[in-house]
Design a protein around this ligand. Structure first.
Ligand code: DUC
Ligand code: ZN
Ligand code: ZN
Length: 485
């Protein structure tokens, strides 16, 4: 009798660096063998299929209260089920502090939400909105040691925004402790100034959300955040980058050897500002910040993906229903500034990138794996437990049919949002079978995982967040400079 619990046979294994044919042998929760002709107690035939590391969605909002106190539609059950069906086996959502809250208490609260419900593994980034002496002096250093090694700060939103002085405090603390800062970079006063003038003239429809968040506001704040991080020699990751201005600032910093990383998301490749101009309030479904731009911006984002300026491709799943519990919490005809910010995408993140990236030859399979999983694992301190297929790694695997054609419709999805911004799109390539720590959690279109079977993953300090550490070539954008794009 074989000692292997499960063997995936006849497939092509793809990692961030290699593509090879091999069986994958799993014992318990781990990958223990990569070899030909393995036998196991259970065998899955992956002939004609790709065996990829399960995706890591390192930016999503689950059971979070927004800055204006609107609740996400997905809890840790529906959010993780939806992620799993989309080929993702680890999520890193946010434990979000609101003013006056103890960060430790916030983290405990999110654990109470996630522990009994998650069906795949999870870590947490922190959101820091109130960097009091207690938070900065006591709570944050202790939390970093407990495995919360990354945190997001905002340069905009009345209730979330840090000023430059506070940003410097957070960045220098991160530098000292070896943690990673993620930044939402938009110029708050530009947005506020424009918003007031648009509303004065009666321009309140959803499409003016895009007008009120101009590209230059993103570009300026991105440049400023990079200057602040360079000033204190701290690495920085700019999240949800949407357009050329911000990309140029990141590329410039990377070309000077700074540890500045970039993340982009499906909405900046597959949606445009025209989507916010759909009839009636339909456009509210597409309101997110930064907003989707135009086709030229989409091309710039693709170029950034191909040339390695972006290390991370996350969903920024911010699930708000199209009703008074979510998008329309401030009324059926709410002005654009009162529409909950964010779009869903946790399940379609990888099928969309596979279809438009790999199957249209914009990126190769190895870059797909880097963007889908490996780079996030490395940047946020989960590698090599997560993000690759290697002996000793957790058996988190998505078996993809690279040719499966799917017409996207909301009924296929498993989130609790009630619509998808990608309704009607045709995609080719789909994750058919998904394993989380050796358990087959998705198979033949069905879920086989208990509530609460996902576990919390404490994150290590990563090489990416260490200002002096060597960087692996996949994470170093300079590796790609000069490449044909
Ligand atoms: N920032 C996010 O990261 N997600 C949704 C809205 C926002 O402003
Ligand atoms: Zn943000
Ligand atoms: Zn987000």
């Amino acid at each position: 009798m074989s000692h292997l619990d499960l063997v995936i046979k006849n497939g092509t294994v793809v990692t961030a660096t290699d593509t090879f044919t091999s069986d994958v042998g799993i014992c318990g929760e781990r990958i223990v063998a990569l070899a030909d002709d393995l036998r196991g107690k259970r065998e899955i035939d992956a002939g004609g299929r790709l065996i990829l590391p399960g995706g890591i969605d390192s930016h999503c909002h689950i059971e979070q209260l927004s800055s204006s106190k609107v609740v996400c539609a997905d809890d840790f059950f529906s959010g993780t089920v939806s992620a799993a069906f989309g080929g993702t086996t680890t999520i890193i959502p946010f434990a979000a502090q609101h003013h006056g809250q103890s960060l430790r208490q916030v983290v405990n609260d999110y654990h109470d939400c996630a522990g009994p419900k998650a069906v795949i593994d999870y870590a947490f980034h922190l959101i820091i909105t109130d960097p009091t002496p207690q938070v900065m002096g006591q709570e944050l250093p202790a939390l970093i040691r407990d495995g919360y090694t990354s945190f997001k700060v905002y340069m905009t939103y009345d209730n979330y925004q840090l000023d430059d002085y506070q940003m410097l405090d957070v960045l220098s603390l991160a530098r000292r402790e070896g943690a990673m800062v993620m930044v939402h970079a938009e110029n708050h006063d530009m947005i506020r100034w424009l918003t007031e003038r648009l509303l004065e003239k009666g321009y309140s429809a959803p499409k003016y959300h895009a007008v009120s968040h101009p590209r230059i506001a993103e570009g300026e704040a991105t440049h400023r955040a990079i200057c602040l991080s360079e000033f204190v020699d701290a690495p920085l990751l700019v999240v949800h980058v949407s357009a050329t201005e911000a990309i140029d600032a990141i590329r410039n910093a990377q070309s000077r050897g700074l540890k500045i990383y970039g993340e982009t998301c499906p909405q900046y490749l597959f949606l445009t500002a025209k989507d916010l101009d759909r009839p009636g309030m339909e456009g509210a479904k597409y309101c997110c910040s930064p907003p989707p731009r135009d086709e030229a911006a989409q091309d710039s984002v693709w170029k950034g993906i191909r040339s390695g300026i972006f290390q991370v491709f996350s969903s920024d799943h911010a699930p708000y229903r199209f009703d008074e519990s979510g998008k329309l919490a401030k009324g059926k005809e709410a002005a654009f500034k009162d529409i909950a910010n964010g779009v869903p995408g946790i399940e379609l993140r990888l099928p969309l990138l596979f279809s438009e990236g790999v199957n249209r030859s914009r990126i190769d399979l190895n870059r797909f794996v880097s963007l889908a999983a490996t780079n996030a694992a490395k940047i946020y301190g989960l590698y090599p437990r997560k993000g690759t297929i290697a002996i000793g790694s957790d058996a988190d695997i998505a078996i993809w049919n690279p040719d499966k054609a799917v017409e996207v419709t909301y009924d296929l999805l498993h989130d609790n949002v009630g619509y998808t911004p990608y309704e009607g799109r045709s995609v080719r390539g789909w994750p058919e079978t998904v394993l989380s720590r050796g358990r087959v959690v998705v198979e033949d279109g069905a879920l086989n995982a208990d509530r609460g079977s996902g576990v919390f993953l404490p994150c290590e300090l990563s090489e990416a967040a260490n200002p002096n550490g060597a960087l692996s070539p996949e994470l170093d954008p300079r590796t790609n400079f000069g490449a044909e794009i």
